[in-house]
Design a binder for this molecule. Structure first.
Ligand code: FAD
Length: 481
C-alpha cells in the first residue's frame, strides 16, 4: 500500500528514444511494485517519440526508419514486449531467405553456411566458398594452431584480432563487411572487448575459434544452418518497431507525463536535486523545472555539453566517445525489375570492393508484411566511419549512386516505385579500442552526482536490447535509494 503521506519523488527522464522510453517504463513498474510514489515526466526535444527508431507507411510499403529488427539471445527487448502484451506481435525472419550475400569481385556470393560473424562452424561450406582464395582458406584453417595471445586482458582492435587468428583476407573479404555492417565502424579502431567479447572468451577458453565453434555446435544446430548472422535469432513486430515505441509511449502518457518539443538546454545542481531549463517549441520563454532525480539518455556529446559547467570531469570522457554518420536509402521496387532472385536477408560489401554503398538490407525478404506481393523493399546503407566523405553528397547524388550500384550488382533495370534518403548525422557511437575504460571513467564521475544517472547506446551496446537493458538497470539504480 502507498503511504498517503509519502511525497512522490519528482523524476525527469530526458530523451524519448528507446532508452528514455524503456527507463521511464521501468520506473513506473518499480514505483508500482514497490508502492513508491513517483512524479515522472519524460521530456523529448522533437515532436515525435522513438529517436533513431520509427516506422512509417509509403504507399503499401511498411518502412523502418532506423533499426528494423532485434536479437533474441539478449532477452531484454523480447521480455519488454512480453510485459507490454506484445508477445503475439513478434515475428521471426522468413525461413526461406535465411542467408546473406557478400560482394566478391562485383558479384553477390553467399556467406558460407555456418559462418557466424567470425568463426566457421562447418568445414565444407568454407572449403567450397569462392569468397576466399586457396591460400586464404588454408590460412583460416591454420587458426586451429595459432597460439593464444599472451596478454588476453589487453584490449585489441577487431582488425588486429582477425589478422592474427584468421589472416588478412578473412578480415578484408568477410569479417570487415559483416561486423562493420553492424557498427558502421573502422575495424582498425573497433574494440573487440567492447563489441564481441565472446570471441575473446573463445580464444581464452578453447585456444581457437574453430575449436570453440565445433564444441558449441554440438549442443545445437542453429549455428550450423544459418549464414552470416544467426537469422533465427532476429525478430521484429508485425507493425514494425513502432509498435514497441507506441506501447511504451502510451504507458508513459497514461501513468506519467510525456512532453514533446522540450529541449533540455541547462542543468543546475541544487542541494538536493536539479533545476532544468528547457527551450520549448513555439514558446518565447524557456520553461524551468526542478526535480529530485534525473536520467539523461542523450548522445554522449550532448550530455557532455549539458554537464560541463558543474561536472567537467564527467564531460571530458563523454567527449572522447566518437560518433559516425550514415545515410539510409529506402527504396521500393517491382521484384521482377531485378536480374537476381534477391532471396536473402541482404548483402554486405567489403571496403576493398571500392563501392559507394556499405550494405543492402532486403527488408521485405526478411520480414513478412513489409512490401506488396511481387515487390521488394530495400534499405541501403551509405557512409559510416570508413566513407564519411559520402555524407557531403546531396540527397539526389546519394539516390543516384545507390541506384547505379543496385543496377550494377543486382541488374536493376527500372526506376524504383519510390526512393528516399534519411540521414543519421553523428548517430552511431564508435566503440573504439579502450571503450571500456572510457565508460568506467564516465560511470565513476557520474556516480559522484547524487540523483543523476546516464543511459543510452554507449554503455552496453548499440542494439535495441542493449539500450533497453541499460535503461532498465539505470532506472533501478535511480530508485535504489
Ligand atoms: C540507421 C540505423 C540502423 C540501426 N539498425 C538497428 C537494428 O536493426 N537493430 C538494432 O538493435 N539497433 C539498430 N540501430 C541502433 C539503435 O537504433 C540505436 O542504438 C538506439 O535506437 C538508440 O536509442 P537511444 O534512445 O539510446 O538514443 P536516440 O534514439 O538517439 O534517442 C535520444 C533522444 O533524445 C532526444 N534529445 C536529444 N537532445 C535532447 C535534448 N537536449 N532534450 C530533450 N531530448 C533530446 C532525441 O531527439 C532522441 O529522441 C540502428 C541505428 C541506426 C542509426
Amino acid at each position: 500500500m502507498t503511504d498517503p503521506e509519502e511525497k512522490p519523488i519528482k523524476i525527469a527522464v530526458i530523451g524519448g528514444g528507446i532508452s528514455g522510453l524503456a527507463a521511464a517504463n521501468r520506473l513506473l513498474e518499480l514505483s508500482q511494485d514497490q508502492s513508491r510514489p513517483i512524479d515522472l515526466t519524460l521530456y523529448e526535444a522533437k515532436s515525435h517519440h522513438g529517436g533513431l527508431l520509427g516506422t512509417g507507411k509509403v504507399g503499401n510499403y511498411l518502412v523502418e526508419y532506423g533499426g528494423d529488427m532485434f536479437v533474441t539471445n539478449k532477452p531484454w527487448a523480447v521480455d519488454l514486449c512480453n510485459r507490454l502484451g506484445l508477445e503475439d506481435e513478434l515475428i521471426q525472419t522468413e525461413k526461406v531467405n535465411r542467408r546473406a550475400f557478400v560482394l566478391c569481385k562485383g558479384k553477390p556470393v553467399e556467406v558460407p553456411l555456418g559462418f557466424n560473424l567470425m568463426a566457421p562452424a562447418r568445414v565444407w561450406p568454407m572449403i567450397r566458398t569462392p569468397l576466399l582464395s586457396i591460400p586464404a582458406k588454408l590460412r583460416m584453417a591454420w587458426e586451429y594452431f595459432v597460439p593464444r595471445r599472451k596478454n588476453l586482458d589487453e584490449d585489441e582492435s577487431l582488425a588486429s584480432f582477425v589478422r592474427r587468428r584468421l589472416g588478412k583476407d578473412a578480415l578484408d573479404r568477410l569479417i570487415q563487411p559483416l561486423v562493420g555492417g553492424i557498427y558502421t565502424s573502422d575495424p582498425e579502431k573497433l574494440s573487440l572487448r567492447a563489441t564481441l567479447p565472446r570471441f575473446i572468451e573463445m580464444e581464452r577458453d578453447y585456444g581457437s575459434l574453430i575449436r570453440a565453434m565445433r564444441q558449441q555446435s554440438k549442443s545445437g544446430n542453429e549455428n550450423r544452418e544459418a549464414t552470416g548472422a544467426r537469422y533465427g535469432l532476429f525478430v521484429s513486430l508485425k507493425g514494425g518497431i513502432q509498435q514497441l515505441l507506441d506501447a511504451l509511449k502510451e504507458k508513459v502518457n497514461r501513468e506519467a507525463t510525456y512532453q514533446t518539443g522540450h529541449r533540455l538546454v541547462g542543468i543546475e545542481p541544487l542541494e538536493p536535486g536539479y533545476r532544468l531549463t528547457f527551450e520549448v517549441d513555439h514558446a518565447d520563454e524557456p520553461v524551468i523545472r526542478e526535480v529530485d532525480r534525473l536520467i539523461l539518455t542523450l548522445p554522449a556529446f550532448l550530455t557532455a555539453k549539458l554537464v560541463d559547467s558543474f561536472a567537467p570531469t564527467l564531460a571530458a570522457p563523454l567527449r572522447e566517445i566518437e560518433y559516425a554518420s550514415c545515410a539510409l536509402v529506402i527504396s521500393g521496387h517491382q521484384l521482377s525489375d531485378f536480374n537476381h532472385p534477391m532471396d536473402a536477408n541482404g548483402l554486405v560489401i567489403p571496403f576493398v570492393e571500392n563501392r559507394k554503398i556499405l550494405a543492402v538490407s532486403f527488408t521485405s525478404r526478411k520480414f513478412a508484411g513489409r512490401a506488396p506481393e511481387g515487390h521488394i523493399l530495400l534499405r541501403t546503407f551509405v557512409g559510416g566511419a570508413l566513407q564519411p566523405e559520402l555524407m557531403k553528397c546531396s540527397d539526389e547524388e546519394i539516390k543516384q549512386f545507390t541506384l547505379e550500384e543496385l543496377k550494377d550488382i543486382f541488374g536493376l533495370k527500372a526506376d524504383p516505385e519510390f526512393i528516399e534518403v534519411n540521414r543519421y548525422e553523428g548517430a552511431m557511437p564508435q566503440y573504439h579500442v579502450g571503450h571500456e575504460q572510457r565508460i568506467e571513467a564516465i560511470q565513476k564521475q557520474a556516480a559522484l552526482l547524487p540523483g543523476l544517472e546516464l543511459a543510452g547506446n554507449i554503455y552496453e551496446g548499440v542494439g535495441i536490447p542493449d539500450c533497453i537493458h541499460n535503461a532498465e538497470t539505470t532506472a533501478e539504480r535511480l530508485l535504489a535509494n
